[in-house]
Design a binder for this molecule. Sequence first.
Ligand code: GLU
Length: 494
Amino acid sequence: MSVTPRLRFAPSPTGFLHVGGARTALFNWLYARRHGGVFVLRIEDTDVRRSSDDLVAGILDGLRWLGIEWDEGPGVGGPHGPYLQSARLESYRTEVDRLLADGRAYRCFCLPEELQQRREAAQAKGGGWMYDRTCLQRREETTARLTNDGVPHAVRFRVPEGRTRFDDLVRGTIDVDNATIEDFVILRSDRHPTYHLSVVVDDIDMAITHVVRGDDHTSNTPKHLLLYDAFGASPPRFAHVPLIFGPDKKRMSKRHGATSVTDYRDRGYLPDAMVNFLALLGWSPGSDQELFTREALVEAFTLEGISGGNAVFDAEKLDWFNGQQIGLMPADVVVDALRPALEAAGLWRDDYAAGGGRRAWLAQVIDLLRSRVRFLADFVEYGRPFLADDVAYEPEAVEKRLSADGLAGHVTALREAYAAGEFTAAALETALRAVAETRGIKAGVLIHATRVGMTGRTVSPGLFEMVELIGRDRTLVRLRALEQFLVERGAVSS
Ligand code: GLU
């Protein structure tokens, strides 16, 4: 009988959603979607001092932006709720009572200062220190009396002898001697659970079948397995994903640039580009393919494809993915996405919104510019010569491209040729070359000057395709303006 896979992303809202967390969420989501499973979002907000509603909202925002939607969790509900740990405190306390009754946990009255002293004393002798079970050895009556008197205490899990072993889907077999695991705290003296306890209680309650999480949790997993055993529950499969490093091989941090997912949103990255990029941080499809739609990722994703090696965050690669994903967007979708930016730049016209000819024309402009663009905002910049009437010449373009002798006359000849004849890219090119030949100049001279006249710049998409799209009327106006500029400049310099 096959069990429906149930995966979860369980962020602690002590900060924003960072790229590492987003990647963990994505891997869980991809696996769930690939196998017709369920993706649960659980907020691990038991650390009340460090968690806040704003941070939770920010995490939800980041996930929604990435299109990582959850089947159960905050705002959605589900049969295993509540999905905020702060609303589940009673269930942790009940489970702790069960472990206490079974003798699998014990109350610890040692004060933090005492523990610190014992740790320091051991370290001074050059040794490591693990909790020395002082409170396990305490007489039962003493423990009962202290408990009845309401003396604050923690509860520790009593680690049994033996070994703990598991097959990690990424890291292979991991086998530890329980003697190296201290009797860890499961309930703090403020009656809040520790992460180890709440994560296991919830993963059992929520029937989680696969835990995919960062490699920084690998060393916690043996403790979790001991708890599963103590609760008589069978554990999920574990996959510990390599951490993300900067290009300098240091763990990814603010030093390497933005680490918050919503920062990338605000800087104009597409969610699909971010998803594509994050998926390939530590996962490989087993081929050279890099560009994936979301659907293709779901289709290709396997936990076996997660590599044990470090994943390196390469910001330039992310830019590349952004450009590639823009390449996959239908022009019509780009038009709508650009509207706010075009409006802000004063380049929007209402007839672009309607389904008529102007919108189709704008879609053609987008298709022409697409291969040069990495950000949607680039369309606004590169699109300006198509969308605005006035052209301002960049001084550098003037100096570099408008100083040939007799240029004004050549441009006049070109304008006359363009005023008649066919106005297609191929015909425009033939006409320009014919003018150049007749006038005994290199075609390049006229091409470069025309580009400056049409755009004000030295670089642009293919000149003739561009001129065709800009259209005859506006082209003739621009060429006349260029002639005039050249004549005036000639007059000034002579
Ligand atoms: N709240 C933990 C964290 O954010 C979850 C770890 C886990 O997935 O078990 O690191």
